[in-house]
Write a protein that binds this ligand. Sequence first.
Ligand SMILES: CN1CCN(Cc2ccc(Cn3ccc4ccc(-c5n[nH]c(N)c5C#N)cc43)cc2)CC1
Length: 245
Amino acid sequence: MRFDVVTIFPEYLAVLDVSLLGKARREGLVDVHVHHLRDFTFDRHRTVDDTPYGGGAGMVMKAEPWALALEHVAAASPAPAVGERPVLVVPTPSGRPFTQATARELARREHVSFACGRYEGIDERVFGWAEERFEVRLVSLGDYVLNGGEVAALAMIEAIGRLVPGVVGNPESLVEESHEDGLLEYPVYTKPSVWRDREVPPVLLSGDHGKVAAWRRSQQEERTRDRRPDLWGAFTAPGPDGSER
Ligand SMILES: CN1CCN(Cc2ccc(Cn3ccc4ccc(-c5n[nH]c(N)c5C#N)cc43)cc2)CC1
């Protein structure tokens, strides 16, 4: 799988050389190419931003450097599967939520590129133009404001990259992903069984797999009900045929 990232802060992406994804890159499972947006400017100051039309605070990223950078990325793109265009993910506070389902869907693609904006965002016309070459996805990491798209891209690349076959050593650890069944994960414990007078729940030491599974599911439901009423509502909503879960 190939990732391309366009940014004015390429050093932000250096962390992708570390740990799991670093190993995956060295093993050729994942390929990451980072492009400096300023390499696609031609004025003395390598200008990538300007004042917003209509007024308002801050600066907006100019369209032309983005078009040149994304044309470069598209040209380097491995041939997409028949009927597929390469995906361009644009992290933005106004995007659709990035979820585990999004990560799973994108992990099936050959090539995913990221346009990491800064300032107050990218000239909107870039996204319409990019639709000619890419399947454009405006995606948000969460309902809070970051200073740019790089941190979001890192999180998304990690979430997607770990799902690429071979990247995570033990594929079984991908089976019980958080949120996959619509519930939060259950609590985990390891040795010692008593730590600073705090015991591991006895059921986990019982050796009774059925009871362990039931306890874990109960914990998932309790946590979800307590911490994520939004997920709990969706989980308990009647099915399409009116059936209860
Ligand atoms: C007219 N005004 C109306 C208010 N907006 C608000 C605003 C918009 C962007 C930024 C900074 N920024 C620039 C590029 C960029 C990409 C992603 C994210 C991001 N933040 N949070 C997420 N989950 C993110 C993701 N994914 C932030 C970014 C700051 C403040 C500005 C324009």
